[in-house]
Design a protein around this ligand. Structure first.
Ligand SMILES: Nc1ncnc2c1ncn2[C@@H]1O[C@H](COP(=O)(O)OP(=O)(O)OP(=O)(O)O)[C@@H](O)[C@H]1O
Length: 258
């Protein structure tokens, strides 16, 4: 495909489906460091977008803005139909519950068993009290990630891949509508990485989430991406499918696929 076509194809995608995240002219600086210069993106319901870009380009900063962990300086950032910058504290808290954020580390509590790690967000955040319902949700989500047998184990008893699965389960147990993944396969061997990538797709279908996935793992990108956006110098400079971008004559884009 002609690269110009890829470049000109709108970063906002082409379907008229429901938009769950709409970003327009988003900017974010840290002191003199202008990290996000002009970010524009639409994530549609059920879509998986992968963000590629060299280190330090602002990929994580963008999703931290979406998750409400960082405040943008300028621009529009609509999540599930409402601008995050205009939300009250209560609205922001409600929207955060609809966003699942999977960090690189998975961030499990080491001193808690898998069951306790999974119960924690239900009792502390959702304020659930019905123990039978809590146990049901834990077992259901563990079955989804294929880890029923690990329920009484501590994170230290699990492999890196298993910890990732528990991290995924802990995010999904909140039944988020949107999933944000920051390098979900980092530190895993290629086979486990592939298993996690396939699991991401399976879980997206089961829980009907829409996702933004930051990754440097091109095998993961190939498996999970409906669409890829390439970030450079504070902007998204191109979008397309894996195969479209892989054929781009633009060296900056093409380099990711070598
Ligand atoms: N909380 C913060 N305070 C100050 N500077 C920050 C903060 N968070 C990120 N930055 C800076 O923003 C820039 C982009 O960081 P970011 O982590 O988003 O990059 P990235 O594209 O995700 O990189 P990588 O692929 O290495 O994870 C970096 O220069 C970083 O130092």
């Amino acid at each position: 495909m002609d690269d110009t076509l890829v470049q000109e194809k709108t970063i906002t995608g082409e379907t008229a489906d429901e938009v769950v995240i709409r970003i327009e002219h988003l900017q974010k600086s840290f002191g003199d460091n202008k990290v996000l210069k002009d970010i524009n993106l639409e994530l549609h319901k059920g879509e998986n977008i992968v963000v590629l870009g060299r280190s330090g380009q602002g990929k994580s900063v963008t999703i931290q803005c979406i998750a409400g962990l960082l405040e943008p300086d300028e621009g529009k950032l609509e999540v599930l139909g409402k601008d995050i910058r205009e939300m009250s504290v209560d609205e922001l808290r409600d929207i955060r519950m609809k966003i699942g954020f999977l960090f690189q580390s998975g961030a499990l509590y080491d001193s808690m068993t898998v069951r306790e790690n999974l119960a924690f967000p239900l009792t502390r955040v959702l304020k659930m009290k019905d123990e039978a319902e809590i146990e049901k949700r834990i077992k259901d989500v563990l079955e989804s990630v294929g880890l029923e047998e690990a329920i009484d184990k501590l994170p230290s008893d699990l492999s890196g891949g298993m910890r990732k699965r528990v991290g995924l389960a802990r995010t999904l147990i909140m039944r988020p509508e949107i999933m944000l993944y920051d390098e979900p396969t980092t530190g895993l061997d290629p086979i486990t990485s592939r298993e996690i990538s396939e699991l991401i797709i399976k879980l997206q279908e089961k829980y009907e989430t829409s996702s933004i996935i930051i990754t440097h793992d091109m095998a993961c990108a190939r498996i999970v991406a409906d669409r890829i956006v390439v970030m450079n110098d504070g902007e998204y400079i191109a979008t397309g499918t894996f195969d479209e971008l892989a054929k781009s004559p633009d060296e900056l884009i093409n380099n990711f696929f070598k």
